[in-house]
Design a protein around this ligand. Sequence first.
Ligand code: SF4
Length: 364
Amino acid sequence: MTSLYVHVPFCPTICPYCAFHAVRRTKGAVEAFLDKLAADARALAPRLGPLETLYYGGGTPSYLREAELVRLLNLGLPLAENAEVTLEANPGTLNKKRLALLKELGVNRLSIGVQSFEDPVLKTLGRAHRAKGALRAVETALAFGFRVSIDLILGLPGQDVGADLEAAASLGVGHVSAYTLIPEPGTPLAQEITPDPDREAEAFAAAREILGRAGLVRYEVSNFARPNEEARHNLVYWRMGFWAALGPAAASHEPAEAPGLYAKRRTNPPLFRWLGGEAPREEAITPLEHVREALMMGLRVREGVDLAALEGRSGLTFKEKLQEAARPYLEAGWLEQTGDRLAPTEAGLDRVHSLVLSLWEALS
Ligand code: SF4
């Protein structure tokens, strides 16, 4: 495996819509986390090739103190030349000193959780930073030479989506992840925000136009990039490649050892059970499940899925059935076919859920 995800679960505060495994730091927890992470990394290292992509997600990895970051970013793992090393960061944690340290420790890409450039929206979201701080963090990160991706949440009540997108477009970042917020049921924000499909569709149309004008092309349902600025690590997920994972609640997708299976997914337990030594949950992925997952993930991306290659690696035959099932969507302009590759058009990206369900039916 040449891709690794490392989950760092600590955050300064817990946002009222959070759907991730995130906790506030408690005495000794970060140290215990780093000790176990180092031990797990040593055990994993012989199974890794030189890493092409390494992604520190969370949580808020940039929230760790400097000495802790030094340990986090020195796990002794083999890195390929030109590896993409991404770290998720909150604007409030990115001062010049911290950015210089991250650079020195080998991080070359930052995924910054801006969410909005409007203070009232940030307040609704319960975020600790303000618009001015977000702008300063992004500009400084760019000045330090990092590749920068920013996260934006679109379609919130009272949000001036156009203004947020214009701000993002004018910053000169190479990558924007734009999401609509679906608060986790049971989180405090779930009572305040009701999803509104019309408002969300309008927000995405605006994103396509405003980010597109700035050269950021929608290459995945929620992601926009300038050429060669696509998230290489996330492309491994969308292509259903293999990746390893370290840290609490992290999930890997690894080659299967048992005959007749395609892959296995190993999901670590949450922090305190992980620290206590609880084993990961293992799930076997059959060749057919792999095909279903590869369609579900691959049709999120403009490059689409190479059906012949998928047949080859799964050992199953389905290409003709899928091409037949795809015909109405090719005619409707939701899909396009080049050789054996089936890819969503811009219109198809907005309907990926129903496209996937229809193609799945053809497999059964
Ligand atoms: S910063 Fe992200 S991971 Fe942390 S609490 Fe907020 S939404 Fe969750």
